[in-house]
Structures are given as structure tokens and as C-alpha cells.
Design a protein around this ligand. Sequence first.
Ligand SMILES: [Zn+2]
Length: 431
Amino acid sequence: MRSLLFPKRLFPKHLLSSPTRFLSSSTSQLIYSIPNPLDLVPLGSIKQSLRFNIVDSTLREGEQFSSAFFSPEDKIYIAKTLDQIGVEYIEVVTPMASKQSARDCTALAKLGLKAKVVTHTRCHMDDVKAAIACGVDGVNMYMATSAELRKYSHGKDIDFIINSAREVIEYCHKHNVEARFSCEDTFRSDPTDVLRVYQAMERLGVKRVGLADTVGVATPLQVFQVVATVRHNVKCDIEFHVHNDTGCCIANALIAIQAGATHIDTCVLGIGERNGITPLGGFLGRLYTIDKDYIRSKYNLPLIRDLEKFVARKAQIDIPFNNYITGSAAFTHKAGVHSKAVMQNPGSYEVLDPADFGVERNIEIAHRLTGWNAVKVRSQQLNLTISDDGIKEATKYIKNLADSQEVTTEMLDGKLVELAKRETKNRRADA
Ligand SMILES: [Zn+2]
């Protein structure tokens, strides 16, 4: 039985009847259905309902990040750690990029990882031959199909794209190598063109077709409509690659798999061309909230933190304070109401358990928004015995002090120790 995932009012009638030009063309071979929100695979149990693989592209898209540089040793460390995390594919730079890139590609392909090592190449026989010579498991070919990129990139028409892909895909199959074909800039391409290309690629036997929001322009609704339409038209796997120019990458990756995509491209910390693509940690965090047990069993989540630190160093960036899961503020609670609730039940203000990701919760107590419950817990952490009146006195003291200056945990601790000593002395005097 289908679950109703979204109220119909979220999909206004005019959008459902002619949502994008993707649905407005007509040819006899193509199925132009209007994707129905009810066709979304229900959330709830990913294991039962969603089939997806991670294609981590830190060693390809990530190297395109402005300040990233990975030495051969760095690449091996990153690939091995990604493999331990459990990503299913590792995409690496084309051997055509440079001599060292070719040596790195060969070394990575020889690591004997569980993850498949694939390389990203132009749909060109020279590139594909070079890739296969490096011993990779697969070739992720791409070619621009939007009018903008066709004009300024390769200047070829759709028939040329299909014909040139035929030869290289046959070459891949002859060498037992997986072939994927992606339409670069899918979401600004003519829908008739991309469906023609995908169907032709499927006939040529590709393992996957790739949909790429190369410029990060697609909205979640568009992603749903386009992926669902492609899903209706091809049976092979569907890979989805999305840039974060407009901040939608995780939402778009999620709705892509709900609409039928099977492979999602990620990068550690989301680094990549411009401001990057779907972040590995953030995307797994998103899925974790939907099916915690499955994601915990499929991926080694605590390894993400150290890999992010490593990649941040190599990309010469700081991990942003608001980074998913590992940002300094991701599990920091401050307001008295929040702190009190979290100390009693972390789930009250957390949808992710930091322990599952190997990170710690932080409750900030020394500030003017604090509450006496939080101060009490702090006194207990310090093994101090203080009456409730004493705790309330310490709370008032900190709040007043924090109105005029920055206060630290040490200052709060000092006050609590002072109160504990005073109360002990008074008790002795009373005895
Ligand atoms: Zn990209």
C-alpha cells in the first residue's frame, strides 16, 4: 500500500499538470507520465524501500575544490578510509589529467578495496583506454547535453553524443569494465534530448545513467519529477550528482533516491567545484534520521569525523561551525530549557545521537540564558554537594555576571566550589 508522504496541497494542480518542460514534449518512444507524489518511495525503512549506493567523489570532484591538493599518500589514506566507512564506489580523477594522476589512479585501483574504483572521464576513446589501462572497475563517462554547455563545451549534437558513446561503451564491455554515462547539466538540458540519450545508453548496456545538477539549480520538486520520469523510461541504475550552489544538495539527493535513483555522489565535507556537492557525513546523517539501524549497520559512521579533519587539512579549510554532525556547534546546547531537557533525555532536542558518530555533546552552562537545573548537573559532574538554594544562588550570580561580561565554565565552577565549601562549613558549625 502506498503511503501518503506529502499533502497534495504541496503539489499545486498547475505544477502537476505541466510541472516542467520535461513533461511537455511528446514522442512515440518515450513515456511522459506526470510523476505523482504518491510514487515516492515511502520513508520509514530505507532497508525495505530504498536501494542506494554511495559514490564518493572526494578524489575526483573533491580535488576540483579551489584549495585542495592530495598527495599520492593522501589519496591512498582517503580511499582506504572511505572503504572502511563502507562507501560502495570511489570515483577518482581521470588518468588524462596528469602523469601523476595516472599513477595515482593505477595505485588506487590496485589497493584491492571492497569499494569499486571508478574514474571520471570524457566520453572519448583515448580517455577510456587510459582509464582501463589503470585497472579501474568502472568508467564514469559524461558529456554535456544542455544547449549552453553543448555550445560552449563540445559543440556537438545529440546524435553525435550517442554515436560516440557507442564505441567507448562497447570497449568498456569488451574489457569487463562497468560503464556509466551521464548527461552533464541534465537539469538545463532539453528533456527530449536527455531521455533519448538515456534510452540509447541503456540499449548499449550501460550499468548506470547519470543525472547531474551540474550548476545546483534544481529544486527538490524538479529533481523528483525528472528522476521519476527517467525511472519510468529506463530500467538500469540511476546515479545522481548535485551541486550545492543554492543549498539544496542533501534534500535533492534524498528526494532523488525516493524517486528511483540508486546511486548518490558525495564528497567528504561536500568539497568540490565552487561550493561543492552533497557531503558524505551530512547525507548519511539525513538517512540516519530515517532508518538509524540500517545506516549504522551499513556504514562505519565514527570514521567520518577523522576523515573530515584530514580532508579539511588537505583542502586548507576549517570545518564550519555548523557542519553536519562534526561542526563545533552541532551538538552544543545553550538555553536553559534546552539544556535541562537534553540532560534528562537527549532526544528531546537531538535527532542524531552524537555517540553513533563518535562525537560528543556539549552543554554550555556558564551564560545568562542558563537555568538552575543545568547548574545543578554541573555541580554533580564536579562531585559537589550543594543545596538547591545554593544552586539557585550560583545561577543568579552567573546570570548577573554574564550581563556585563563574558563568563567561563571555570568561573561557574569556582563559584560552585566556593558554595560547596561554605555549606560544608555551615553544616559542621550546626553539628
Ligand atoms: Zn560536479
